[in-house]
Design a protein around this ligand. Sequence first.
Ligand code: SRM
Ligand code: SF4
Length: 511
Amino acid sequence: MTQAKPAEKLNKFEKFKAAKDGLAVKDELEQFVEMGWEAIDKTDLEHRLKWLGIFYRPVTPGKFMLRLRTPSGVLSSLQLRTLGEIIQRYGDDGSADITTRQNIQLRGLRFEDMTDILKKLTAVELTSVQSGMDNVRNITGSPVAGIDGAELIDTRELVQQVQDMITNKGQGNYDFTNLPRKFNIALEGGRDNSVHAEINDIAFVPAYKDEVLGFNVLVGGFFSAKRCASAISMNAWVPPNEDVVEICRSILTVFRDNGSRANRQKSRLMWLIDEWGMEKFRAEVEKSFDKPLTPAAETDEIDWDKRDHLGVHAQKQEGLSYVGFHVPVGRLDADAMLEFARLAEVYGQSEIRLTVEQNVILPHVKTETLETLLQEPIAARFPLEPTPLVRSLVSCTGAQFCNFALVETKQRALKIAQELDAQLDIPDRVRMHWTGCPNSCGQPQVADIGFLGTKARKDGKTIEAVDVYMGGTIGKDAKLGERVEKSVPCEDLIPYLKTVMMEKFGATPKA
Ligand code: SRM
Ligand code: SF4
């Protein structure tokens, strides 16, 4: 359902969406599988299939990526095992990534298996619908919702309800399959802004209004190659009930019907807010909401530094702990997924959580079984206390699978962090985020040190390089970092970073 603005010249993406909705490929998938991916219409293959979460990868033709939806990053052991079994059959080609939206992407999938794979997902109540292109992406929430002793609001059910509204319980919902651009939503119920609220198109942060606990609503946060902006207050407060779902519906409706469909570089929600001013935007949302919006509470309750959830932590449920395992740059294989699923059944309550730092949490571990769990081989492979720089490392997909990438990210990021950890004593954690191109999927602007892939010329040759960002802060009063250096050749990064670590982060050479 679209209502393009009158007299607006549609960009090429809008033209193909207007010609045929992305979700329409759902009914054609069986036929596509029969004919083979090489015979599929190019726009269906490269774009519309993303409405089902199916990503054709030009870097590895024939080996597809499937992006799921894992609301709040919560998975059952059965779901994780199913995902592990799906990639297991592809041997070394099969892998999975935990994403910066606490989600899972499966890799190496063959197109001929796609209908079977989607059936397997449905059987365990998972969906991949509307997870790519101009859709609302995985909805994030605190990874310790419901188990965090200091929690204010358990947001899991609300996150699920918002997803169910947008996707029609995973069946696909034509009301929201033709937005002017991608859209991100986050709900924070804890004190430490574990979801990076500031970089979402809609973010809910806990706040008291007249002694009632609910959420202040922030809007318009986003990153793009052209512009990065922090979310701003829309002067609205909602109680933690169906109003959360309804205000999401209202904002999405206003965005769908009024966001620009002309210049794709200027079509994220913040551009509409800029064009109208907040007063008009709020008034339009209020009209759609169909009742007066309550003005925002003066302050919110985010007052902690952001935690990384690694290691063993007591839960609010007595006698239980959650255990955070570090997954280097978020990369998993089938064995690891099957093992995490097994451990969740043996030591926990058959549940696994994912974080936006691309790590795994095993909740509900009984105190008396903790020691045995920590002796399991998985704790050596995915350590609870990794070395300081590796610990806080985040990376986007990069050149291995992403055709936008200007540099290889994951392996390089890991190698550099390991090498610096081996050479330096670093007193505090330094959060390094890598992203392979200006799209900023790896969020370099939230990091202490962010790296954004680019190219440089050196000795007459074009080589891989990064722009360096610094000063991003997270948690309370989060603020975006800024570019401090342009085009540092990747091959020069170790000496460059050694100096930065010593001058700015108190590092000293190891004896
Ligand atoms: Fe992203 C496009 C990967 C989080 C901003 N992103 C892409 C594509 C789909 C491009 C493509 O078709 O190849 C990448 C797929 C590569 C692959 O094979 O994995 C891709 N983005 C990712 C992931 C997997 C990075 C990761 O390794 O974790 C993240 C998946 C999240 C999820 O589960 O849904 C991912 N992308 C982000 C984030 C971070 C966030 O949401 O906190 C951002 C910046 C925040 C934002 O969107 O405001 C982000 N991705 C983009 C953009 C720039 C959007 C814009 O408005 O210009 C693009 C390009 C586009 O949409 O045109 C993009
Ligand atoms: Fe690909 Fe660029 Fe996103 Fe990295 S930042 S996953 S290279 S689009």
